[in-house]
Ligand binder design. Structure first.
Ligand SMILES: Nc1nc2c(c(=O)[nH]1)N[C@H]1C(S)=C(S)[C@@H](COP(=O)(O)OP(=O)(O)OC[C@H]3O[C@@H](n4cnc5c(=O)[nH]c(N)nc54)[C@H](O)[C@@H]3O)O[C@H]1N2
Ligand SMILES: Nc1nc2c(c(=O)[nH]1)N[C@H]1C(S)=C(S)[C@@H](COP(=O)(O)OP(=O)(O)OC[C@H]3O[C@@H](n4cnc5c(=O)[nH]c(N)nc54)[C@H](O)[C@@H]3O)O[C@H]1N2
Ligand code: SF4
Ligand SMILES: [Mo]
Length: 737
């Protein structure tokens, strides 16, 4: 008997939004008889997606079917210099080539560079264009390991916070997103829930309907802050002091949970001693709050149950970001908030997904590379320095002593080839002028695998067409929920666009790498990621009930401990062993002490801040924030998304006092500069920041009249823990132009 589904000209395919967002939504794609996607919608059966998509991805077909997508492999025309190309006419700089020609030429050039300078002179550069398990890191890692190319330390986003969290808890687990609805107090701490994590918002709303309060700690009045019961416009980079001040009050007033502390934590006495110094008065002087506000926040936090902190990655983009995350992360351990369903904290849930990365990435292939060992590691947050540093050719080891070599290259060769995929460093990497100087080098061979001409393809020797998540198959976890999800290919890629898996598998063939693993299909890779055992089930911890067949049928399956979220309690860190060296939640870190670092979360103000030595010349703290309607640099080229972002696009948000001091009125053109660069924006004098702070949003450099975006002002200085980027520790001065 034919069912409606059989006769319908449409099919509905379960995919997963692969953009770098905690929500990892289950997306149902409706495809018509001609194979064209005609609708994208949130899956109503996925408990976090709840049937809706954010404004960015609700318009996803604008991206998939954009008329200016890159459809074919392209090669720079002879004689066309690298550097900014006129928007809309980029294709004129390139000529179309076949995939065969592109792959054989690229393979030959990489071989020649490897022979001449050593394989470590080839640098892959990728981040989170897709966070699908395969697309983010599988065949690409195999390829570069086997090649002997430099390893990339992927620090640009979450490393400072992640390493810091793990120092306290050993694993990135947190309060389940669905449980936030049970909280009576929610603190969004450096977390723009409404802008960046919209699927948490319905839980917040439900909690508030049941009487919960929402407190937002953010120097910028985000959409989330505007909707809060209390917005604390803290000074940038001072959250660590606030967390210690809260501990001070909690301990002074004996509001801590002694039983939890005794059973579950390590180093309490030392932390208590540190907290004694952080009186509300001192903390007020750092944070710009009043002492009374510090007291109120501490008492409200410690006496409300359940209390949940949504700590997102905003606070860790400061120089002291690692220590700050440690300090904030310790709060629920001091009050025992973990014991109550709807309490605790969430930075990330990604630690729950035990993918078989060893099998996917195959670091062992490095032993077969010309190096015969794993390659050096280059920090992606120092790309400008890595590309411009004078390093020493390994063929002349003796000269190493005389040449001042930047440590970013770890004593190895300079970078001669840059292979970019899943990332747009021309827009998102800090210290843009150095990055562009580096990418503009004539002697640098650059390949970019992309969907659109952007700030990075302007520097490419070869541009290769990439796929969207509708056009390839992948499997995905999340950093904001506990579901394993399958993303099925819904449509054919347009033109000759190819997935990351295909690209690096093919390139391996052209390089002559005969290892069988380079011929694995997506389905084989997914089985490897799941570490499927003989009975067909995954052998990964937490996934033992999952089979690929069930995933194909259901689309999304919760991890084992989260199977019945409505009836079962998953209370991370509430009881039992904690996966740290001491087996406890660590207030004191012997690991840090052994590295010669501060074992306690002592507050140190960022060097590039109002307390730093350059504050006289550059008195304004600059927040180069994300756009609500883009995903980092993704979507910024689409008309509809730009319209949604229009109110704040290319605006410098200023406090009236700072504007008046400089004779600036709303709508004036302003120049913003420091020693690293200068950009022009239009002043938006409003109430979104306090005096002393200015803010602007990330856009493509190409969309700015002067060709530079906010990252022309940010530095390559790294965070105290985790060696992450410090986008939010930036000083500038502003004037009317
Ligand atoms: N709409 C949208 N959603 C996104 C993204 C996007 O670009 N646009 N990007 C995605 C990515 S890659 C990530 S990593 C996540 C990140 O999401 P979040 O972790 O929320 O990160 P940010 O937006 O960087 O920072 C959050 C907030 O921290 C504030 N902040 C800056 N400095 C400080 C400080 O010193 N103290 C405090 N308390 N707050 C501070 C900023 O003003 C910002 O509003 O969002 C993802 N979701
Ligand atoms: N000033 C400032 N700078 C920032 C930030 C900030 O808040 N302020 N945020 C930082 C953060 S948190 C992050 S995570 C980084 C983000 O840095 P990136 O990960 O570089 O993020 P996107 O800008 O989204 O660029 C991803 C690119 O990958 C491409 N892409 C998408 N899917 C695929 C695919 O399947 N294959 C290939 N080959 N390409 C694909 C997209 O078209 C896009 O151009 O930016 C950082 N930079
Ligand atoms: S960007 Fe985030 S909120 Fe939007 S559809 Fe993707 S996962 Fe969902
Ligand atoms: Mo990020």
């Amino acid at each position: 008997m034919a069912t409606a589904a059989d006769t319908s000209p449409f099919r509905v395919v379960h995919t997963v939004c692969s953009h770098d967002c905690p929500d990892s939504c289950a997306v149902l794609v409706t495809v018509n008889a001609e194979g064209r996607a005609v609708k994208v919608a949130g899956d109503p059966t996925q408990p976090v997606t709840q049937g809706f998509l954010c404004g960015k991805v609700a318009k996803y077909l604008d991206r998939v079917y954009a008329p200016n997508r890159i459809l074919y492999p392209l090669k720079r025309k002879p004689g066309v210099a690298k550097g900014p190309l006129q928007r809309g006419r980029e294709h004129e700089a390139f000529e179309r080539v076949s995939w065969d020609e592109a792959l054989s030429s690229i393979a030959a050039r990489l071989q020649q560079i490897s022979d001449q300078h050593g394989p470590e002179s080839i640098l892959p550069y990728s981040y989170a264009g897709t966070i699908g398990v395969l697309g983010y890191g599988s065949m690409d890692r195999r390829f570069f390991h086997r090649l002997g190319g430099s390893q990339l330390d992927r620090t640009i986003c979450s490393e400072a916070g992640g390493v810091a969290w793990n120092l306290v808890y050993g694993k990135k687990l947190g309060t389940p997103t669905e449980d936030f609805k049970l909280a009576k107090l929610i603190i969004a701490w450096g977390a723009n829930i409404h802008g960046n994590n919209i699927h948490l918002w319905p839980m917040v709303e439900q909690a508030r309907r049941n009487g919960a309060r929402l407190i937002v700690i953010d120097p910028y009045k985000t959409r989330t802050a505007a909707l809060a019961d209390w917005h604390i416009a803290i000074r940038p980079g001072t959250d660590g002091a606030l967390a210690l001040g809260m501990m001070h009050v909690i301990l002074r007033d004996e509001l801590e949970d002694r039983a939890y502390i005794d059973a579950m934590t390590y180093g309490f006495d030392k932390l208590a001693e540190l907290a004694r110094d952080y009186t509300p008065e001192r903390v007020a002087a750092w944070t710009g709050m009043t002492p009374g506000e510090v007291e109120q926040l501490a008492r409200e936090y410690a006496t409300t149950r359940p209390a949940a902190i949504r700590l997102n990655y905003g606070v860790q983009r400061s120089e002291n970001g690692g220590t700050t995350v440690r300090a904030v992360a310790m709060l629920p351990a001091m009050t025992g908030a973990w014991k109550y369903r709807g309490g605790g904290a969430q930075l990330s849930t990604s630690g729950a997904f035990a993918w078989n990365k060893r099998e996917l990435e195959r670091l062992d292939l490095a032993l077969d590379s010309p190096l015969g060992r794993p390659a050096r590691v280059v920090n992606m947050s120092r790309l400008g320095e890595a590309l411009t540093a004078k390093a020493v050719e390994i063929s002349e080891p003796d000269s190493a002593a005389q040449s001042p070599v930047s440590d970013v290259l770890d004593g190895g060769p300079p970078v001669h080839a840059l292979f970019v995929y899943n990332s747009n460093p021309g827009a998102v990497a800090p210290n843009q002028n150095a990055v562009r100087q580096g990418m503009g080098r004539d002697d640098l061979f650059t390949v970019v695998h992309e969907l659109f001409f952007n700030d990075t393809t302007d520097y490419a020797d070869y541009v290769l067409p990439a796929t969207t998540f509708l056009e390839h198959t992948d499997i995905q976890g999340a950093y904001g929920h506990y579901f394993v999800q399958l993303s099925n290919q819904a449509i054919d890629p347009p033109g000759e666009a190819k997935s990351n898996v295909w690209l690096f598998g093919q390139l391996a063939q052209y390089m002559g790498f005969s290892d069988a693993c380079f011929r694995d299909t997506e389905e084989q890779l997914i089985r490897q990621a799941l570490a499927v055992g003989l009975n067909g089930n995954s052998t990964n911890a937490g996934m033992e009930h999952i089979t690929l067949e069930d995933l194909k049928e259901q689309g999304h399956i919760p991890l084992s401990f989260h199977r019945s979220p409505e009836t079962e309690n998953f209370l991370p860190f509430a009881a039992g062993a904690v996966p740290t060296p001491s087996g406890k939640v660590e207030f004191y870190s012997a690991t840090l002490a052994a590295r010669g670092m501060d074992p306690l979360p002592t507050f140190v103000a960022p060097s590039e801040s109002r307390w730093g030595k350059d504050a006289e010349r550059f008195p304004l703290e600059f927040l180069s924030r994300k756009a609500d309607n883009y995903m980092n640099s993704t979507f910024a080229n689409l008309e509809g998304h730009r319209k949604m972002e229009a109110r704040t696009s290319q605006r410098l948000e200023m406090h009236p006092a700072d504007a008046a001091k400089r004779g600036i009125a709303d709508g004036d053109a302003v120049q913003i500069w420091n020693d690293r660069g200068s950009i022009q924006l239009t002043a938006l004098v409003n109430g979104s920041v306090a005096a002393g702070v200015v803010a602007a949003r990330l856009d493509w450099a190409k969309f700015h009249a002067d060709g530079s975006n906010v990252n022309a002002l940010t530095s390559e200085r790294l965070t105290d823990i985790g060696a992450g980027a410090t986008f939010y520790s930036t000083l500038v001065e502003v004037k009317k132009v």
